[in-house]
Design a protein around this ligand. Structure first.
Ligand SMILES: [Fe+2]
Length: 466
């Protein structure tokens, strides 16, 4: 599959897939089904040997209070889950669903066709906190999980049961969109193309607009090699979405400092964003929510570090108003639990002393309820090191697999956190390619993450955001 298709302004505005926004009014789901004349779809009994068709790579990607999103692929013949993708074939796709415990039989709730053999379907209008039995099928065959990490006991891909998220009590107040690890300029392992992250990001931004979301936070690794050309490209794309520090905000990640070995080296980010110096935090208000972005990047380091001046800046800001609901973000994960659950251990995350100092500062500011991280490219909820500390969570990456963004929906009685795969035609095509091309198909094993880490609800009094 080619990845070099230029992304035109018209596509940016309109999206490329036949998309429909349906269902609930909050973070409305964007469902996609590629239309294809029925005559071009091979049938089980005709051209293809039904025994050899492989219906696999099932992913129950996203749950919200009212939606469930499924993905899977159809291959001409059985193939390995890694190394070689095999040949995807056009196919029908069906989702069968029934709530558990009401004696209802599975009912077909969706049928569509895919020219690429890559299915991505969102079912809307579901009941919150409800366990559903499901079956995803092509050619009458049930889709099975491919990635080992979706083939783990208890995961919905194995149990064929999935629960919609609980909806916190009270009114919906606002939605916050966060993405991380966009890696503009990242070279394709297949053809050397460096434009594909731009396509993914443009697709993501067009999808956010379609959801009615006009602000986005980018949590680090905005560039891949941290050079001026990448920073310029990042700015070009985001300036089409809105205005820097009004509609889009970003923190720096380790990749953004790759070209720097010391603080005195030329700073590519600052060349393009003069008001964005190294190791400086920013604060903004998102309606009544305070959002703080910390810079955990440090020239010459892959792990994270926060300098004394930035800590003092943070302490002053929180001491001024410790109770306002506050969402903090920095590129590197923070807690001991994050270190223990990452293959690189502490070397891959925030410096240990800085982590303790940061969490002690949060102890004096009860308004800080959540800290988002990127860097690992996967979703993982990290336990705080101190009692009553905020929620810490790593979010899946935006451009490499699994390719998407995270929405936080705030209600008076809590909030939901849910990863969404970017679902324009171009983005799905790229993600289908990334599934097998990156690290020979093993990249997705680490980044697909567990359902409970990708999508969850936190009950907490958020009425101050009213
Ligand atoms: Fe990254």
């Amino acid at each position: 599959m080619s990845t070099s298709t230029p992304f035109t302004r018209r596509q940016f505005l309109a999206g490329t897939a036949a998309t429909v926004a349906v269902g609930a009014t909050l973070s409305p789901a964007v469902a996609r089904a590629t239309a294809l004349p029925e005559r071009t779809i091979p049938t089980q009994s005709a051209a293809l040997d039904s025994l050899s068709i492989d219906v696999t790579d099932l992913e129950v990607l996203t749950a919200t209070p009212t939606t469930l999103t499924f993905a899977w692929s159809t291959f001409r013949r059985p193939h390995t889950d890694h190394l070689q993708p095999g040949e995807r074939i056009p196919s029908d796709g069906e989702v069968w669903l029934a709530p558990v415990g009401r004696g209802q039989k599975l009912k077909r709730v969706h049928r569509s066709t895919s020219r690429t053999g890559f299915h991505f379907i969102t079912i809307t209008g579901l009941k919150p906190d409800t366990l559903y039995r499901f079956s995803c099928r092509s050619f009458g065959k049930e889709a099975s999980p491919g990635l080992w990490f979706t083939n783990v006991t208890g995961e919905p891909e194995v149990t064929k049961h999935v629960r919609t998220l609980a909806r916190p009590k009270g009114r919906h107040l606002q939605t916050v969109a966060i993405c991380n690890d966009i890696h503009i300029g990242m070279k394709s392992e297949v053809d050397g193309n460096r434009k594909w992250p731009s396509v993914m990001v443009s697709s993501m931004l067009s999808e956010l607009k379609r959801r009615g979301i006009n602000r986005v936070y980018v949590n680090g690794d905005v560039c891949d090699e941290g050079v001026v050309a990448e920073a310029r490209e990042m700015r070009r794309i985001f300036d089409q979405f809105g205005e820097y520090n009004r509609d889009y905000f970003f923190t720096r990640g380790n990749h953004d400092a790759y070209a720097m070995q010391s603080f005195t080296d030329p700073d590519p980010i600052r060349t393009v964003f003069p008001g964005h110096p190294l190791q400086k935090m920013w604060v903004t208000k998102d309606r009544k929510l305070r959002v703080i972005g910390l810079d955990s990047s440090w020239p010459g380091l892959g792990s994270g570090k926060i300098g004394d001046a930035q800590f003092q800046q943070l302490e002053r800001e929180l001491a001024r108003d410790p109770h306002t609901p506050t969402l903090v973000m920095a590129h590197h994960p923070v807690t001991t639990h994050a270190a223990m659950s990452d293959i690189r251990m502490r070397d891959g995350i925030l410096d240990k002393d800085d982590s303790i100092r940061l969490q002690k500062i949060f102890q004096k500011a009860p308004g800080v309820f959540f800290m988002a991280a990127g860097h690992t490219h996967r979703a993982h909820r990290d336990r705080p090191d101190f009692r009553d500390g905020p929620e810490f969570c790593q979010f899946c990456c935006a451009t490499p697999y699994p390719g998407g963004y995270t929405l936080m929906d705030f209600y008076e009685g809590g909030y939901t956190v849910a990863f969404h795969r970017t679902a324009t035609g171009q983005a799905l095509k790229q993600t289908a390619q990334n599934r097998y091309d990156m690290f020979y198909g093993f990249y997705g094993e680490y980044t697909i993450s567990r359902m409970r880490n990708r999508c969850f609800t936190v009950m907490r009094d958020m009425s101050a955001l009213r």
